[in-house]
Every structure is written in structure tokens, then in C-alpha cells.
Design a protein around this ligand. Sequence first.
Ligand SMILES: [Fe+2]
Length: 341
Amino acid sequence: MSATTTTTGPSTLLKTPSGRLFSQGTEFKYGDFRDDILQNGYAVVNGAVPRDRALKYADDIYTWLEEFKLGFHRDDRSTIHKDQFPDINEKGMCLGYGISHESFTWAVRQEPAVVNAFEKVYDTEDLTVSLDSVNIGFPNRKDIKPNSPWPHQDQDPEKPGFRCLQGLVNLLPNGPKDGGLIVCKGAHWLSEEFHANFKDEEKIWSWTKEWYGFTEAGQAWLEEKGCEWLKVEAEPGDLLLWDSRTPHYNLTSETDQDRFCVYTCFMPVADATKEQLQVKKMAFEETKMTIHWPNAMHVVDLPVFRDGEADPYNRSKPREPVKLIERGFKLTGIPYLEQMA
Ligand SMILES: [Fe+2]
């Protein structure tokens, strides 16, 4: 995309977009989901994955769970229990078992319209994708602790501005009470003002600077500013996107509907350092998980427990070796690293 600018006195008004979204002020309307990201801090790209393919990926996840042969079967709801499938926490996060590199996870990451949405936002095809997790949310679980809201933003308050677009591909019907992503509409615009106001507060502990938890006082401030918390509804195959500054969390379903999704977060390769790409290469080759930052800012290598002991069913590899199309391999960042050598 090229920029067309009109000079009006001392200031220059950008008429058409140039470079990545948010990089400069603009009055331009894209006429697509990017307008929603700009205005509301989040967007839904309907049908980014064709519905039948999304449902097939959900089916693959049920099969994956069943193949542990711990007792879970999709047709018997009484088998939804921590003893009968891999460790999945109250927020639906599965953080082991090589799930970041399973066939369904990589298939979703390589979906052309998913990749294309991020290409549009960053105005480049030279992207790298996070090696992030999958969310497997079952309703009515009594075998684990309840999922309490943890409103947060996934960005260091001391590093303002648009830095990262997060995403997930929703795989099952996801209505208003079905559990899933809750966002604070429009609060990304208030992020800098918010953090200026709250810089001296006692912070909620975080293991990374790239996470900030909103206290009750912080939530009240957002409410006073007129921000609303909304449940994002989605159909199978919809891509949900949000600015990392947008406050968000997830809720468990109040219905009998399961909620499955694959996290998909992309950023320009140019935003990653050579050292980060080297870490990313290691994570890919050793089929490790990363957090949502695609520059492999943190590799997730946590122990997985079963009955208080290391889970003997945990594994470091997916069921099959990772097979990628050419585009998918580029998204690992490895070809770019080789160019830097
Ligand atoms: Fe988050």
C-alpha cells in the first residue's frame, strides 16, 4: 500500500493507510474489520476458516483427547473429568502434551484467511506466528476450581501504543452464554491515560512485564469512562482479534456447549531480533510452546501435574512430526533467520 498525503498548512493529514494499522493517525476507513479494531479494540472476521473445516478441527481435538485412552469419550458427558483426559485448567488452557504443534493447531495457524487478516493489519507478508496454546473449555466442571475473571491486558504498561494484535480461531458455536472471550470495548484508546493514573497503585503480581491485571479500582475507572465489558459471540471458523492493550478475560460456559479455540497471534518478523528468532527456531524444532508474543519472548516449559505428581501422560512431542506447507514454515521465522546469517 502506498500513502497519499495532503499537506494542509503545518500538519500533514494521512488520507490513505500506509504501513501497519495504528502506526500513524488516519481518517481513512478501511471498510473491513480493521475499522472495528481501531474503534473498539477488537474485531470478528466472520468465516476466516470455512465452517466445515473449523468443525473438523474441533472433531480432531475431541479425537486427540480420546486418544489418551484415559476414559474420555465425546458422547459420554460423565467422562469430562481431569482423571480422564489431559490436564486442562479452569480457564480451558492446555499447557503440555505438545499441543502447540499438533496437526490441528498448525492447520489453523496456516489457514490462508487467518494469515491474510494479519497481513492486512501489519501491511506485510513477512510475519511470524506464535507457538501458542489451544483452549479446551468444557462447561459444568466440578472436578476443578471455578474460573474467576482475571481482567488484564497482555502488554507492558510502560510500552504504550499498538504493538501486538492477538487472535483466536473459534471452532464451535459460541453464543452469548457459551463462555469465551470478554473484552472491554474501546478501552485500548484509554490505555495510556489509565496507566498514568494508576502508575503508583499496588500491582497484581505477574510473571512477565507484558501482562497487567486490572484491580477493582482499575475496573471502576474504566466503568466511569463508559467502557463496557462485552461477550464476543462467534460461529465456528470466526477469527477473533484484539489489540493487546484491550482489557480482556474469558468466562466458562453457562450452557452445555463446549468451547474450543486455537490462539493465533502474528507479528512482523522485522519486530523480532535475531536472538528472538533463534529462540523461536529452538522452540519450533523442540516442539515447545510459546506465549502469544510471536517473537518467542517467553517459551512455556511448565511441569504438568496429575494427582500432584508429574503427569506420566505428558509428552514433549505431538502425535505426528510437524508437517508444514511453505507458507507455514515461513511463519516459524526460520527462513528469515537463515537470511540474517
Ligand atoms: Fe490475555
